[in-house]
Design a protein around this ligand. Sequence first.
Ligand SMILES: [Zn+2]
Length: 475
Amino acid sequence: MSSDSLLIKNAHAIMTGLPGDAARHAGPDIRVRNGVIEAMGSLTALPDERLIDARDCVVYPAWVNTHHHLFQSLLKGEPQGLNKSLTAWLSATPYRFRATFDESTFRLAVRIGLIELLRSGCATVADHNYLYWPDMPFDASDILFSEGEALGMRIVLCRGGATQGRVIEKDLPQALRPENFDHYMADMERLVRRYHDPKPTSLRRVVMAPTTLLHSAPGAQLREMAKLARSLGIRLHSHLSETVDYLDAARAKFDMTPVQFCAEHDWLGDDVWFAHLVKLLPQEIAILGQTRTGIAHCPQSNGRLGSGIADLLALEKAGVPVSLGVDGAASNEAADMQSEAHAAWLLQRARKGMLAKPRYDGGSFEGGGDAASIEDVVRWGSAGGAQILGLQQSGTVQVGMLADIAIYRLDDPRYFGLHDMAIGPVACGGRAALKALMINGRVIVENDVIPGLDLDAMRHDAMSAVRTMQQRAAR
Ligand SMILES: [Zn+2]
């Protein structure tokens, strides 16, 4: 954490991530000291204070991404999975390519994903990594944390994996075999001991996150996992109700709804969040709200896979904490938080508009133009994410909070003519250049550049890795 004092001067607009009238702050200046926002208002520079000139820039809380699969950053637009829905895509792309990852390709994929996120103004990523198999030759968890540390990002490792397969184990290649339950639990304890830091300023957290709750482990083991997580003081995460298949599978296997299944196995509560929650019955929404179980909304992946659009309005009204996640780049070729926020803004409106009926047929509204404001989307993508991840001191731009701040430079013609510059980074789509991104008060991106990073070399490495992995997958 920086011990220097830094002054962000003359911001054109400030979004805070807070609800209601507090969603914007007049500023125009923000002082950061010892990694924390010390003052906001009209401030005079102190002697020797570092200045960031934010004229013509807008300030946002740095984004909190609550669901990613960083390893998929080398699986973008994979042709066999490009035009498929979830289940067929899973077999065609992420599962078919599992065994093609080695230490160097995994590391490269993680690095690419983190850099895409950083360049969109994201400080925190919850990576739901499910690339684990018995006798794996590299330590994926350690690579995630070390790559995050090298870039100064906040990493929440959601330790995925499965202790049961959907097909007979002897037919599976090694990389698709389930882990032994005792080994999974022992590894969770190891990860928490080694990496988990519960402090508010923490850059490392660990979460219990079997890949998909209905299929990854037998019910009795899920209960044990929840118990261990709570005894270790860590959170719980998984995929749930991404498509109608979840409703069908829960009915066929357990004669329950997916959310009922979670309730039966102690997998609901304000320490639990699920990715997707696209297909829910009204009674399931009510239970999620009563238990304050959260959602990582992934509109671009849900769109790309044709899964649907989660009903954030109903979920939030019921009391569900809402956050945004980009999901893996194998089902989202725009895996950055500005794109995700832009999609969330449009799609909640489109979703509501789709329900509009003509008045002669009982319709009562014209469309969904009032469904989600830019301020709502910013709040979901920042404060909402921090709440869900239990990061009490990040996610908003206000005095006393950690300085996780994105300063966007709206100097592209895309933003010329805007009546309200503050909405630019979400409303206009594309990527606004960063004047600066700071995490815990430390400047990580400066004038849109990450110092020391050779993007050309990385592009070449990525192209060669894709070729190698295609050859390995074809074998
Ligand atoms: Zn996912």
